[in-house]
Design a protein around this ligand. Structure first.
Ligand SMILES: Nc1ncnc2c1ncn2[C@@H]1O[C@H](COP(=O)(O)OP(=O)(O)OP(=O)(O)O)[C@@H](O)[C@H]1O
Ligand SMILES: [Mg+2]
Length: 335
């Protein structure tokens, strides 16, 4: 790595990587997103596969392929908290590496923990990140034939940067950061380099229109619905002896219920509820349905990100006080 500029990236990962493959496979409810993303990203990082397809099925390189190739290599992952945006962005490079038979390197820039507001800092960070990614992509590129490897630049928590330039209160410095980002994406596109940029955000509406317009695709992530929560919970709870009716009760209680218009996020389930259940039982008891009721009541779901649900914002205060008195108890069925 470039020793001159230590610390531009939070993380640099190389694929294929077995741990990433496992994490990618464990993301539920994202089948359509995964399929489309892998196709899109593979065509950008491995354009030779597009030529091969074109020759095989149309006998030559078809012109539609040029339009595809010339799109800015930008994907936006937008949506609610804890729904897998970062997890997918950090792992899909592994699937591409395996499909395309190339190495893929992920450079991860988290703006959340960056940019203390010092003049020029955000802009130079973004410019430096793109310069470095461009350098790697040039080395990996092949004029004709297959690229040697592919590069992914992940800009997580991108709302920090790509706010709409229209906002009157927007600081001059932020504007310059947005411009640096747009220039960086455009440079990658015109060079036909094997690099793609993924931006994750909770607030796609707040992104600059010029950034949004450049996105080859915007993927929307949401909380799991009933059947997605059931798909996740069913095998895990069945294994510890829950009946189907008991599992359904947990599925119901973790959905929008009791006047709350939102259910549990994926991370509420996998990182809070299920570990909470285990901790309630360990070390002296088995996991039981009664325990699950208590754990659900004591682990309410994360409210949606500000602005996504006006209802939630208005009622958050009211709910906070209700939660303490086991707000969901009356939802439990007799099982
Ligand atoms: N679709 C999913 N299937 C299974 N587990 C998930 C899913 N989405 C999230 N998780 C779990 O929640 C954790 C946090 O998810 P992640 O960081 O990707 O959320 P996010 O969408 O980036 O949220 P934020 O907007 O708060 O950054 C993941 O590491 C994973 O354990
Ligand atoms: Mg995230």
């Amino acid at each position: 790595m470039n020793q001159d500029r230590p610390g531009i990236f939070e993380e640099i990962r190389e694929f294929p990587d077995a741990a990433a493959a496992r994490r990618f496979a464990s993301l539920y409810g994202l089948e359509q997103t995964k399929d489309r993303l892998l196709k899109e990203a593979r065509l950008l990082l491995d354009p030779e596969s597009l030529s091969a397809w074109s020759r095989k099925h149309h006998g030559k390189k078809i012109q539609i392929g040029d339009f595809f190739r010339d799109r800015p290599p930008l994907f936006i992952f937008a949506g609610d908290v804890g729904t897998g945006k970062t997890a997918l962005a950090e792992t899909f490079g592994d699937a591409i590496a395996r499909d395309a038979g190339i190495n893929v390197t992920l450079f991860e820039l988290s703006l959340n923990t960056r940019g203390t507001g010092a003049v020029g800092e955000m802009t130079s960070l973004i410019s430096a990140a793109f310069a470095e990614v461009r350098g790697h992509a040039r080395k990996a590129a092949s004029r004709d034939g297959k690229h040697r490897s592919g590069i992914i630049l992940l800009i997580d928590e991108a709302d920090a940067l790509a706010q709409s330039r229209d906002l009157s209160q927007m600081h001059h410095e932020d504007r310059a950061g947005v411009n640096a980002l747009i220039r960086g994406v455009d440079d990658l596109a015109t060079g036909s380099l094997p690099a793609i940029v993924v931006m994750c955000t909770n607030r796609v509406d707040a992104l600059d229109p010029a950034v949004r317009r450049r996105a080859a695709a915007t993927f929307t992530f949401s909380r799991p619905n009933d059947s997605q929560r059931r798909a996740l919970l069913d095998p895990l709870l069945e294994e510890v002896g829950f009946t189907k009716a008991q599992i359904q009760s947990v599925v119901d209680a973790t959905g929008p219920t009791n006047g709350r218009d939102y259910g549990y996020t994926y991370s509420d389930l996998t990182q809070r509820l299920l570990p909470g259940l285990l901790l309630a039982a360990y070390p002296s008891k088995p996991i039981t349905f009664d325990m699950a009721k208590q754990v659900v009541d004591s682990h309410p779901p994360t409210p949606p990100f500000n602005g996504q649900s006006q209802w939630a914002t208005q009622n958050r205060k009211r709910f906070r006080s209700r939660r303490s008195s086991s707000a969901f108890s009356n939802r439990w069925r007799r099982s």
